[in-house]
Each structure stands twice: as structure tokens, then as C-alpha cells.
Design a protein around this ligand. Sequence first.
Ligand code: PXG
Length: 290
Amino acid sequence: MLIYIDGEFLPQAEAKVSVFDHGLLYGDGVFEGIRSYNGRVFKLDEHLERLYDSAKSIMLQIPTPIETMKETVLETLRRNNLHEAYIRLIVTRGVGDLGLDPDKCPNPTIIIIADKITLYPQNFYEEGLDIVTTSIRRNYPEAINPRIKSLNYLNNILAKIEGKQAGAVEVLMLNADGYVVECSGDNIFWVKNGVLVTPPVHIGILEGVTRNSVIELARDAGMQVEERIFTRHALYIADECFLTGTAAEVIPVVNIDRRVIGDGQPGAVTQKLMAAFRQLANSTGTPIYV
Ligand code: PXG
């Protein structure tokens, strides 16, 4: 595997960062998780835009123009001869001293890893997931805004640990006010009487690229889609529930905190959106090989 790091493509064993990199010392940096299908990168512009927005928000000036970054992502895929891939794009504050001061880090570190995609087991999609709520609240937006896809994922990892202890593949997170926000690495949707609902970005979620695609697909299909706040009660009494994310795509949820959702099977709307999303992912995107 060849990994892009600061202008070079290096074999995995040689692709290393300094112990003084503030990405390592402080989780000071931003990242993206991107996928390619059939030799095309899905929603590459949207992912790059979110990366540059996350960087801007934390006052990290990415030295590479967005067009050059786009080409470098594609080149990393070509060097590894990948068609179906998971791409991890990372920009850290760079090497500094042991203090917090970001001004001591003049050169951001840029890393692009392109690997074969590990798919979730097929039964997750056929049977749906059982999820539970974690006691770990999603970051307060005035502390670390969840809209920033930062390298500091401890909030989500602590939630994931609790979920795993309860035997759950994903874990539901609430914000400080007790409203449902998202899962540790996925956005959440539910359906009641044909209306699709998902939390609005401002209550403290990552604005998922998959989430936005699903909203668009649902509206194109003539569905009513609402972005509004809700508590777990709404989920417990929903007809259907599903999660969205780059790795998961659209994945049904059939049980939340031991409450069976709907009839306990992936619902019709969920299945329709799963298919529509797969169709979109397999038929659009930036070509890697031209
Ligand atoms: N919310 C959070 C907190 C995320 O980290 C999503 C939603 C979905 O966003 P996209 O743009 O992918 O639709 C994410 C992204 C993992 C893993 O291994 C998952 C993410 C990031 C890093 C690792 O599960 N999810």
C-alpha cells in the first residue's frame, strides 16, 4: 500500500508522523472518510468542502488548494490500483513543540490513506441493528462543535465503548439537553406515517454527506422530510428507523433501548432508500481512471 504523506507516496512501513505532531499530541486536526464505488469517488467535492470548512473553523489553513487536494486523492487511488476503496484524508496542525500553541506549527501534515473497503455483514442490512443509548452526551457545540470533523474523536469513542459493553454495534447519543442527535459514527433518521425525520444540524451533529444524499433522494421521491428536534420517545414509537454513514450507507435499526421499532423488521421506506442510495453511489462520482 502506498500512502500519501506531505508530498510523497510512501510504503506503509515508511509512512510515519513525528511524535511532535499536534494531531497526535492533541487531536488537533481534521479528517474525512470517503468511499469509491466502481472506480468513482462518491461525493468527493462534498467531502473536500467539509474538510476545508472543518479546517477553517479551527483556524487551520490548509496550504494545498482544494483542486490540488482532489487530484492527490485520485492519484493515491491510482497508485494503489483501487476501484472500491475507503479513503482517509487527514490534515493535522503539524509538528510543533510540546505546548498547545498552534502558532508553533507552521506546516500542516497532510495524509491520504486509500485502502480496500471493509463492508458491514450482510445480515445487518437484512435484519437491522439493535442499538442502545449511551450515557456519554455528544459534545456541546460551544465546546467542540460536532460539525467539525476533528481528529479529537474521544467523545464518540467513549460512546462506542459503552455501546460495545452493551453488545450493540452502534450507540445512540443525546445532546446536553437530552435531544437525540446522532450515533457514534452515523446520522439517524426515523419514519412515522410516511414522514421522514432527522435532527437539524444546529443541535450538534456532524452534517453527514450520506445524510444529505438521503434527504435529497427522499425529497426527489416525493417524501415529506423534516429536520427537527425530538426526544427518544419519538424513536420508540416510530414506524421505522435507520442510520446513515459513509461506511454503513443506509442501515436499518429495528430495536432501540429494548423497544421493538415498528414490526421489528427493516421498513418499506428504509428499504426503498437503501436501494436508492446504492443506485446513486454506484452510478455517480468523480472518475478515478480517465
Ligand atoms: N456522525 C458522525 C459523528 C460521524 O463520525 C457520520 C455521522 C456520517 O457522516 P458521513 O459524511 O460519512 O455520511 C460520521 C462519519 C467508523 C467511522 O469507523 C465513522 C465515521 C468517521 C470515522 C470512523 O465507524 N463516520
